[in-house]
Design a protein around this ligand. Structure first.
Ligand SMILES: *Cc1c(COP(=O)(O)O)cnc(C)c1O
Length: 509
């Protein structure tokens, strides 16, 4: 018996709503090790004889323990698994803070051009002038959009970009000989978990700033924390409550006055690009998630890229490798410490995620400057449309309009016996990936909904109708629909805590 079949018989019947998401044609799927065999191979090769032994005593004497599959078996295994995935190409994906927007196929087409896709990082630079030129163009656009002085392209994710920015800040503090005394990094309680993790990994001590009743930095508490031991503040804007930090300029000025640096988490650039310049906010370092704002596939669909823009105070510390030169004289890569004495080191072996650079530049150039501004406007408009449609049945966490994501708490579920978790699971039966839940931590039973600008009015309405119907069902006492959910997914409720704490990463026969 397969793991997926165990509770089929005892599973409650799907509701009428979920019937449209039939799973009848989906076959059960085992692990590769359950499907394949050690003596199967996808290719037929003659056993070689009379070949000189070039491995000597290094030759393996025991089987690898790996299984083989034929080509159709392999394909079917992965295609079946892919059908068990929810994807942005299947429907609205309201995962707040993650910016799951449509990935234009033009990006994909250009990323697959052989001149970009088939080159190797160790090729002589004279043979990859076009690729280096493209990286130079990506840098140009990111600096135009943010108004900043330099950009490090190599970080391979948002959190990696945070690490890059904080390493630059650390290097600047070290150069001034203040590393011993500047140990504290201020992080608002609403911050993404990666912010305090990054600061801690860079050797700093985290000091939390509480949020005020409006969901923004509590300025009195912030002022009280300032002192000569401040290394930096890590602030997200718009913050993870979906709100613009209205005191951001004052916060930057005060941190600077106390000799600290301002790290801005720019994962949410989606909401402000073309509307306000990051430089004018007093930012010293900020990562930009290409995979969020500039629509490169992520979340199981592809790698990330987190270029980090820097102010003139930090530019010198940017990591190797980076592109130098120009089209007229030829591009080159600065790769060696003597080419940049202040560089704090490297973030990765080569120069970053080439495929993501191609996709992001395609996105930027196909939108143009005014198109990128409209992306921000439409992202904010769509989130506010959902907020307006949902606010009477749900309980918005904060009064007023939002930026690119709408945040609700669980007051509307009070007394229903339905929790945020149950509600999210019920959404799966309706054909939607759940919204981000229980984050940010400052809001009780949080539900963070980010529709992005790529959803049509029709799709927003369809989602809002589903959400409203679910809220009414919860309030009318239809509790089992929630506590039993998901009824239609291949797996029901998983012990996610156990899975995270005790992951089973090896297969045993
Ligand atoms: C997504 C996100 C990050 C981390 O980005 P990764 O690419 O997942 O490492 C950091 N901060 C915020 C606010 C985010 O939304």
């Amino acid at each position: 018996m397969n793991r997926y079949t165990q509770d089929r018989a005892t599973r409650p019947k799907p509701t009428q709503n979920s019937a449209k998401f039939a799973s009848a044609l989906l076959q059960e799927e085992g692990l590769l090790y359950e499907v394949g065999h050690a003596n199967t191979s996808g290719v037929d090769l003659e056993v070689l004889t009379d070949q000189p032994d070039r491995l000597g005593s290094l030759a393996r004497t025991t089987p690898t323990g790996l299984v083989g599959l034929s080509e159709p078996e392999t394909l079917r295994h992965y295609v079946r698994l892919s059908q068990r995935n929810y994807a942005i190409d299947l429907g609205l994906y309201p995962l707040g803070s993650c910016t799951m927007k449509h990935n234009p196929r033009l990006n994909e087409k250009l990323a697959r051009l052989a001149g970009f896709a088939d080159i190797h990082p160790l090729q002589p630079v004279s043979t990859v002038q076009g690729a280096l030129g493209l990286m130079d163009q990506v840098s140009y656009w990111l600096l135009q959009i943010t108004g900043m002085d330099a950009v490090a392209l190599s970080p391979k994710a948002g959190a990696h970009g945070e690490m890059c920015g904080m390493m630059c800040i650390r290097a600047a503090i070290e150069e001034k000989g203040e590393l011993e005394q500047r140990k504290r990094v201020l992080v608002p309680t609403s911050a993404h978990g990666t912010n305090p993790a990054t600061a801690a990994a860079c050797g700093f001590v985290i000091d939390e700033i509480p949020a005020n009743a409006g969901g923004r930095v509590d300025m009195a508490a912030f002022r009280a924390k300032l002192g000569p031991d401040i290394a930096a503040i890590m602030l997200t804007n718009p913050n993870t409550c979906g709100l613009f930090e209205t005191d951001i300029k004052e916060i930057a000025d005060l941190v600077h006055e106390h000799g600290g640096y301002f790290y801005c988490d720019g994962a949410n650039l989606n909401a402000i690009m073309g509307k306000c310049r990051v430089r004018d906010l007093g930012v010293d370092a900020m990562h930009i998630n290409l995979h969020k704002t500039f629509s490169t596939p992520h979340g199981g669909g592809g790698p990330g890229a987190g270029p980090t823009v820097l102010s003139s105070r930090l530019a010198r510390f940017a990591p190797l490798a980076f592109v130098t030169g120009d089209r007229a004289t030829g591009f080159a890569l600065a790769e060696h410490p003597e080419q940049s004495e202040a560089a704090f080191g490297r973030m990765c072996a080569f120069h970053g995620q080439m495929g993501m650079f191609v996709r992001a530049l395609t996105y930027m150039m196909s939108h143009g400057g005014n198109g990128l501004r409209q992306v921000s406007e439409d992202a904010v408009l769509n989130a506010n449309y959902l907020l307006a449609r949902l606010q009477h049945e749900f309980s918005p966490a904060f009064a007023g309009t939002c930026m690119h994501e709408a945040l609700f708490d669980d007051r509307f579920l009070q007394g229903t016996g339905v929790s945020t978790l149950d509600f999210s699971k019920a959404l799966i039966d309706e054909g939607y990936h759940p919204m981000t839940m229980y984050f940010p931590l400052v809001v009780h039973g949080a539900m963070l909904v980010e529709p992005t600008e790529t959803e049509s009015l029709h799709s927003l309405d369809q989602f809002a109708d589903t959400m409203l119907e679910l809220a009414k069902a919860a309030k009318s006492g239809d509790v089992t629909r929630f506590t039993q959910a998901p009824l239609t997914a291949p797996m029901r409720r998983l012990d996610e805590t156990q899975a995270a704490r005790n992951p089973v990463l090896t297969w045993k026969p």
